[in-house]
Ligand binder design. Structure first.
Ligand code: ASP
Length: 364
């Protein structure tokens, strides 16, 4: 009785507010086949047996594992890979030389999500994010609280997640930015950014690892969609900086009715428009993953007005990538700039491969 009353009142309230009319209908999409997609390092980074993230996740999904468990087992490979300087162990540290990690995950069918930000000392932040989703009533734990939670959950806490390589690169950056003179914070940040780009141009840092992350999404044959994003964030960031990766709707969004979207690249640009959420909403309107992601990029482009962020053509001087997976298995990788070496990773019944990322503004 009281349920019926509440429901009627809810319908009256939402109709009066125009909410029922505004809500877009969910597009029923029929899953065709299991698919896993990821940023390019989902295929290039491998474990000691030579298995990549997308292969490990795809095999587990086809064996009937929970989709999120499978994806997280996949990204753990990248997090633990000392050669991937953008994720987990060996990720490039902040300006003080400390590796801090961000991650979030979403379970489509369970409508559950969790994240950690600025987590220190745990090689696999995605597993801690999953524990936040599974064990707590919260969505996001940060810094010391996140570390204390991880310790309580039995995760090993290490003093330092740098590898010799990430520490050497940090030392080089520190030397070049001449911290002794400590100019005002703005020009210090600008100098740091310039030197970082110089090191990329000189081939010292892989451009994909200055900003660098793994996002990985998957769908099984029943249409269960999940996703995870994990990163060490922006290299040499101001300590305490958190990017888009652990923020639901920015670094990742999953809606089991329609699909998933996740992002890598300049997190600050993505955060301003919560473009993963926007991309999933575009899927809900019936757009193909490519169009859904391109429309979100258009939004970011229109919000990019600050002169320091524009190139000579008046277009964004940075890249943001979206990896988009619809519930029916259709997928796309899009970015402001595509071109040589800009790929995303896909694994389905046709095997693991890289497919080209399409550029909204062409190739760079
Ligand atoms: N989006 C991440 C961040 O801004 C970094 C990246 O994807 O490269 O922290």
């Amino acid at each position: 009785m009281s349920n019926r009353f509440n429901r009627r009142r809810f319908l009256q309230t939402t109709a009066a507010a125009g909410l029922t009319a505004a809500a877009a209908p969910a597009i029923p999409r029929t899953p065709r086949r299991p698919v896993v997609i990821a940023s390019a390092n989902g295929l290039t980074s491998t474990n000691a047996e030579g298995v990549s993230c997308i292969e490990a996740a795809f095999v587990k999904i086809t064996e009937g594992a929970d989709v999120l468990d499978a994806l997280i087992a996949g990204v753990n490979i990248v997090e633990l890979d000392p050669n991937d300087a953008s994720v987990g162990y060996g990720g490039l540290p902040d300006a003080d030389g400390v590796v801090t990690l961000d991650s979030c995950c979403m379970h489509g069918p369970k409508r559950r999500a969790g994240g950690v930000a600025c987590l220190k000392g745990v090689r696999t932040p995605s597993l801690v994010a999953q524990a936040v989703a599974d064990i707590t009533d919260h969505h996001l734990l940060v810094d010391e609280g996140a570390q204390r939670f991880a310790r309580n959950m039995g995760f090993e806490i290490e003093d330092d997640l740098n590898t010799d390589r990430s520490r050497a690169l940090w030392l080089e950056w520190k030397r070049r930015t001449d911290p002794e003179h400590f100019p005002d914070p703005e020009s210090r940040a600008e100098a740091g950014y310039r030197v970082g780009l110089q090191m990329v141009a000189e081939g010292k840092i892989d451009p994909e690892h200055y900003y660098g992350t793994i996002n990985c999404s998957g769908v099984n044959a029943s249409g269960d969609v999940c996703g995870v994003t994990t990163t060490s964030g922006l290299a040499w960031k101001i300590p305490g900086r958190v990017g888009d990766s652990p923020i639901l709707g920015a670094g990742l969004y999953v809606d089991n009715d329609v699909g998933a979207a996740g992002s890598t690249g300049r997190g600050e640009a993505n955060l301003y428009s919560l473009a993963s959420f926007l991309t999933v909403e575009n899927l809900r309107q019936g757009m193909h993953p490519k169009d859904a992601g391109m429309a979100a990029l258009q939004r970011i482009r229109s919000y990019t007005v600050d002169a320091r962020l524009l190139n000579e053509a008046g277009e964004p001087a940075f890249n943001v990538n979206f990896y988009v997976l619809a519930k029916d298995g259709a997928h796309a990788g899009v970015a402001f700039y595509g071109g040589e070496g800009r790929n995303y990773a896909v694994c389905d019944n046709n095997g693991p491969r890289h497919e080209p990322i399409e550029g909204l503004l062409g190739n760079d």
